[in-house]
Ligand binder design. Structure first.
Ligand code: NAD
Length: 312
């Protein structure tokens, strides 16, 4: 039975990944300091093959057990979180990634870095292939996150080239699904909580900026395929189905049967205008592409959000 270690395993993606790995017969060690995650995301797990370790990975840490694969998911990930935790975000990207790569080296484990489409910044190439180097503002408010991830990618490649660690890098595009926090500032959970409580949906700017939203089950399947492959170069994992934020707000209103209106607010600094993954590499190297469309993904997410809000 393979053993996987998931840093950030009590977060949105990490906890969905723990469920998926356990269902595939892995032993899972979940490492988290609960900075933005919650025990609520893993409290349903009853398996004897699951262990939770409360660890802040910005400090040196060791794990006794043998480990086959490390999924390095820990990092504040929403704009609200990294604006609140700018130094922590940089430290997780630097020390946290360094410590976790060191653990992968000691355990001779395959290492997967959860990177992000934010490494492309406000892209001048559209859609974004992995060969595009990006257009990031290093000193803007989002710089702490974007540059932490770019640094983490550089560190990962250095451990691959110089230390012989078996690494891979997933560039994750906007993902949604059950367990996203209603108040974490990302578009879909914000729209959903507003629509489900009949409050106005707040769209930034004129809502014409685009995003490509991937349902969490598709994303997790892609991450595990990448971890199980022999690929070392970065791979985009995301849904190429692009839509404007205004269209997304309208779809949420429709699917929740809400009476909310849509209102417009000032655009945040450095908000990317477009975002769409070129997933040719994921298709060619992993045989992966998304299977769940945005409507179906939203329906599943709404069901879970309604349960959490105690609604109908
Ligand atoms: P999340 O905030 O729900 O999860 C992050 C987890 O990391 C939390 O459980 C948090 O407590 C933990 N963590 C933070 N600092 C830590 C530390 N010092 N030590 C131990 N644990 C720590 O965010 P998420 O959406 O699940 O994102 C997971 C990863 O995927 C992140 O690395 C993020 O950058 C990346 N990502 C996510 C998306 C997305 O759309 N969700 C998009 C691109 C990249």
């Amino acid at each position: 039975m393979p053993t996987s270690l998931v840093t950030g395993g009590a977060g949105f993606l990490g906890s969905n990944l723990c469920d998926y790995l356990l269902a595939r017969g892995h032993r899972v060690i979940c490492v988290d300091n609960l900075e933005t995650g919650s025990l609520r995301n893993i409290e349903h797990i009853r398996s004897d093959e699951f262990a939770f370790k409360m660890i802040d990975i910005t400090g040196h840490y060791e794990v006794e057990e043998a480990i086959d694969v490390i999924f390095h998911m820990a990092s504040p990930a929403s704009p609200i979180d990294y604006a609140r935790l700018p130094l922590h975000t940089l430290k997780v990207g630097a020390y946290g990634t360094h410590n976790t790569l060191g653990l992968a080296k000691a355990k001779r484990a395959r290492f997967l870095l959860a990177s992000t489409s934010e490494v492309y910044g406000d892209p001048l190439v559209h859609p974004q292939p992995e060969t595009y180097w990006g257009n990031v503002n290093p000193i803007g408010p989002r710089g702490v996150y974007d540059e932490a991830k770019r640094y983490a990618e550089a560190l990962t490649m250095a451990y691959l080239r110089q230390q012989g660690v078996d690494t891979c890098i997933a560039r994750i595009f906007n993902t949604f699904g059950p367990r996203l926090r209603a108040n974490d500032g990302r578009a879909i959970p914000t729209f959903l909580s507003q629509a489900l409580t009949d409050r106005p949906l707040t769209v930034f700017g004129d809502g014409s900026q685009t995003r490509s939203f991937c349902y969490v089950d598709d994303l997790i399947r892609g991450l595990v395929l990448l971890a199980e492959s022999e690929v070392h170069d970065p791979v985009n994992i995301g849904n190429p189905n692009e839509m404007s934020l205004l269209e997304m707000a309208q779809l949420v209103v429709e699917l929740t049967d809400s009476s909310s209106e849509i209102v417009f607010e000032a655009l945040p600094v450095d908000d990317p205008q477009v975002r769409q993954p070129d997933i040719t590499r994921a298709k060619d190297l992993l045989g992966w592409e998304p299977e769940i469309d945005v409507r179906e993904g939203l329906r599943r997410t709404i069901e879970q959000s309604t349960e959490r809000l105690g609604g109908p």
